[in-house]
Write a protein that binds this ligand. Sequence first.
Ligand code: C2E
Ligand code: MG
Ligand code: MG
Ligand code: MG
Length: 293
Amino acid sequence: YSKESGRNAFHFFTADMNARVLERLSLETSLRRALERNEFVLHFQPQVGLIGEQRDQLVGMEALVRWQHPDLGLVAPGRFIPVAEDCGLIIALGEWVLRESCRQAREWQLIREAQGLSPVPVAVNISALQFRHSGLEASVVAALADSGLPPQLLELELTESIMMQDAERALELLDRLKQRGVSLSIDDFGTGYSSLAYLKRFPIDKLKIDRTFVRDIATSADDATIAATIVNMARSLKLLVLAEGVETEAQQAFLADLGCNYMQGYLVSPPVGADHFQTTYLLPAIAAEAGMI
Ligand code: C2E
Ligand code: MG
Ligand code: MG
Ligand code: MG
């Protein structure tokens, strides 16, 4: 390289970096504005029983946030959650998700109760920063109190890395949340590094097997072994286990044979808007028509 082109390359690089920073800044600004303008929406994905009396029954739902952008349409969380996490906006967004999940679950609890049906718990994803933030317990308590949702109908999803990062503090916080009556699950299980010693001490109710292990479960001996190991470990620790990302009947059959309690995935339904969820999955007669049962 000549001196000249080297200098140009340098200028080009900084210009590119400036563009990225600007992009980031404008995304942060639009996210902040989106929160003020109420542009976030929750989608819900049904969770269904795999074995025993709960087989094919609606046993839960996961709330998954989307950004209803005026020009871009529906934006997936993978596009904005990491930025919201970096700039701290995840605290306010996470609080909104908690409140809206509890409000919706309470509304649906009353609808099902009127039909003599058992209530359906809602699972809410908690980000790393939210978990480290001192206000989490208070946010959970406020969302429950303001919505009237019984704590037993709220499940918090945390990843292994979130829990293991400061395991002693996590243990205390999880114990307090558990004493409040909410249930706790480990999301994307198998992708992080959990200490078995902590797994036993954490007041966890459920493991969610990450979908990367579910994908080839019926064809890869390694993935089948991993899934079987997780199910057996869950059983010996007296935890429930849910398989994420179930897309085929072969995967469903395999997981049922292993004794996995629940499944979630495109085979049953992708995450859908609240209206769609209510008309299609909330009441069993309608769910049967939709082919879920
Ligand atoms: P997650 O919590 O592991 O959620 C499951 C993701 O897998 C969802 O993607 C869901 O749409 C997708 N999925 C479900 N079934 C299938 C399937 O059968 N096949 C495939 N290929 N994918 C399936 P989504 O909604 O795009 O969310 C991605 C991630 O964003 C979530 O992963 C979660 O980590 C995060 N996220 C979503 N909503 C929130 C939120 O409200 N708060 C926080 N902190 N994170 C959220
Ligand atoms: Mg999740
Ligand atoms: Mg997951
Ligand atoms: Mg995931």
